[in-house]
Design a protein around this ligand. Structure first.
Ligand code: ADP
Ligand code: MG
Length: 623
């Protein structure tokens, strides 16, 4: 709060700049779904009711200890007024200032900015998923009043008021009951939300599964169904879908679901969904909700991250178990063996579902992989128990396939000719630049398939997979790949051994310590030289990423491979033969080395490169 002007009864506060920005965005971007304001208010009321219920377990003196836990909505279509009241935990003075005065999470603001910059069309849909929360009320009201009293026995009542633009005020009021009442007059164009029928249908749509009764006037509107406790054959697809939208805040249907019950050493029921898309990940969003934990239909925790390993955090839904103590804290759940066991069972089930799609429903699997493939792949490094299953489910682009089409390792191996013993891959940022990589020439010429790793995550995963189906995985940028079996180029005559040796020696002398070695190449077809990584070195692409992160990181030395059948190299040999002075070749060798660096994106001194090029051209054009 930038300013805090004190008057005897009412305190005035000013929103921070970023808060104003957020409000502005919400009001101007959410117009596609203004009705979600109701979902947000109901969800806050439900959170507050859960907190009150939880507290009543331990605090016998809580204010209004015997009040019914419920939500009441009243509308007046004449006066265009709307109120929603809950008997939840309420808010203290500080909470009013902090919770209703600042952005709930900095990620929200960042995300909204990204969207705004990108001019995203579906911004309304997406914000809906993130639950921007309380402030969505300013889409339908110009001024909002919040009256509240906290459950502490000695709490006081307060009224918070704001126009949602620059300032808000807080004053002390008389209030008997615990809980919160939010009221406002609907602004022009939003009168529909004073209509009972409309409100009822919105509650049905977004909040049907809220576990506290929602009254509209005298009538209870929601179902309060714990779907996961019901037998599968009594639940319709639409009901599942509706429930998914309720737990995930998604507007679209899920890709698939798992509904099961486990009895034995651990007991639980689960209703889980795989969403059809992820907006969150692609914008670096990490606050997304995962799975809610219940104990015999009573809500314990939302977003219980320990129920699933991180690489499966795209899964949404509910897990209900009575094997955990009711008053679990996050720390307890984290370390409990019950949690570990549940986590294992769920991981197995989710992987089973994905395997089934991979085998029988490629379309679903590809949609899943496009949405969540990157975080999923990291499971190879973290879930050792399921490592082989995960590796089997990895997908990559390939030199054999059309851009965008994906293949797994199993399918690659099935396509391998008998005399191929290794699995090859190349990592890079874009498929187009990768196909120009000189190191691919040999493979293209001999029609050997190379997996094209375009996702940075693949590089964090691939080097850790030593072998698949007994076949070693090799980066084609490594020096030790087995390319000797085939002829690399039969139509071009190579330099003889003596000439080669003496030419390679000049290369070595010129480049000196800069390279690990200079060798004759077996893999080049059209290019004169290429750089490959020695046994100890890292993939070129990985190295470039490391350099981006650490300016001082210089990387391991590379091996320069020379194509002894290339006309340019033969010309150099001829010049060398005629003129044994090794300095003559120096600029050419330097230029070839720099070109190879340039191709892999590692040329640090373009000015030297350009100057040398100019002088070589000058020489060549001299009449
Ligand atoms: P979120 O629900 O994601 O925390 P909101 O913007 O919806 O974000 O709400 C901000 C905060 O305001 C809540 O976390 C809660 O502390 C407080 N709050 C909002 N509505 C209520 C309510 N009806 N009762 C008690 N606290 C509330
Ligand atoms: Mg909320």
């Amino acid at each position: 709060m930038a300013e805090n002007v004190q008057t005897p009864e009412t305190q005035q506060f000013e929103y921070k700049a970023e808060m104003k920005q957020l409000l502005n965005l919400i009001i101007n971007s959410l117009y596609t779904h203004p009705e979600i304001f109701l979902r947000e208010l109901i969800s806050n009321a439900s959170d507050a009711l859960n907190k009150a219920r939880f507290r009543s377990l331990t605090d016998k003196d809580m204010l209004g200890g015997d009040a019914a836990l419920q939500i009441t909505i009243n509308v007046d279509s004449e006066k265009k007024t709307f109120t929603i009241e809950d008997s939840g935990i309420g808010m203290k003075h500080d909470e009013l200032v902090e919770r209703l005065g600042t952005v709930a999470s900095s990620g929200t603001l960042e995300f909204l900015n990204t969207l705004q910059d990108k001019g995203e069309q579906k911004v309304g849909d997406m914000i809906g998923q993130f639950g921007v929360g309380f402030y969505s009320v300013f889409m339908v009201a110009d001024e909002v009043s919040v009256e509240t009293r906290h459950g502490d026995a000695d709490s006081k009542g307060y009224r918070w008021q704001s126009d949602g633009k620059g300032t808000f005020s807080i004053e002390e009021i008389e209030r008997e009951e615990r809980g919160t009442k939010i009221s406002f007059t609907l602004k022009e164009g939003s009168a529909e939300f004073a209509d009972e029928y409309r409100i009822k249908s919105i509650i049905k749509k977004y909040s049907n599964f809220v576990e506290f009764p929602i009254f509209l006037g005298e009538e209870k509107v929601n179902t309060v169904r714990a779907l996961w406790h019901e037998p599968k054959d009594q639940i319709k697809d639409e009901e599942y879908s509706e429930f998914y939208k309720f737990v995930s805040n998604d507007f679209s249907d899920p890709l698939g679901r798992l509904h099961f019950s486990i009895e034995g050493s651990v007991n639980f029921k689960a209703l889980l969904f795989v969403p059809g898309s992820s907006m969150h990940r692609s914008y670096g969003w990490h606050n997304e909700k995962t799975v809610h934990l219940y104990s015999n239909k009573v809500f314990i925790q939302d977003d219980c991250k320990d129920l699933l390993p991180e690489y499966l955090h795209f899964v949404k839904g509910v897990v209900d178990t009575e094997d955990l103590p009711l008053n679990v804290s996050r720390e307890v759940t984290q370390n409990s063996p019950v949690m570990t066991k549940i986590n294992q069972v769920i991981s197995g089930r989710v992987l089973g579902l994905l395997e089934e799609w991979a085998d029988n429903d490629k379309e679903n699997f590809d949609r899943f992989y496009k949405a969540f493939g990157a975080p999923f792949a990291l499971g190879v490094n973290t879930d050792y128990g399921n490592r082989d299953k995960i590796i089997n489910l990895l997908r990559f682009q390939s030199s054999r396939l059309a851009p965008g089409e994906l293949t797994g390792l199993k399918a690659y191996v099935e396509r391998m000719p008998e005399d191929q013993s290794e699995i090859y891959y190349l990592a890079g940022e874009h498929r187009e630049t990768m196909t120009n990589n000189p190191n691919l020439e040999y493979f293209r010429k001999n029609d050997i398939e190379v997996l094209l790793l375009t996702d940075p995550v693949d590089i964090m995963v691939m080097p850790g997979i030593d072998k698949f189906d007994e076949k070693p995985l090799k980066s084609i940028e490594k020096a030790d790949i087995d390319v000797s079996g085939k002829q690399q180029d039969d139509d071009k005559e190579q330099l003889n051994e003596e000439l080669s040796e003496s030419l390679l020696k000049v290369f070595k002398e010129t480049l000196g310590e800069v390279v690990e070695d200079v060798r004759a190449s077996k893999r080049l077809v059209d290019s004169p030289v290429t750089l490959v990584v020695g046994k100890e070195g890292m993939d070129v692409h990985v190295e470039r990423m490391m350099k981006m992160m650490d300016q001082n990181y210089s990387g391991a030395k590379k091996i320069l491979e020379v194509n002894l059948g290339h006309p340019l190299i033969k010309n150099l040999s001829r010049i060398h033969l005629a003129n044994q002075d090794s300095d003559t070749l120096k600029p050419y060798v330097q230029q070839l080395y720099d070109s190879a660096l340039l191709l892999e994106g590692n040329l640090n001194s373009p000015s030297d490169f350009v100057a040398r090029m100019a002088s070589i051209m000058e020489e060549a054009t001299k009449g």
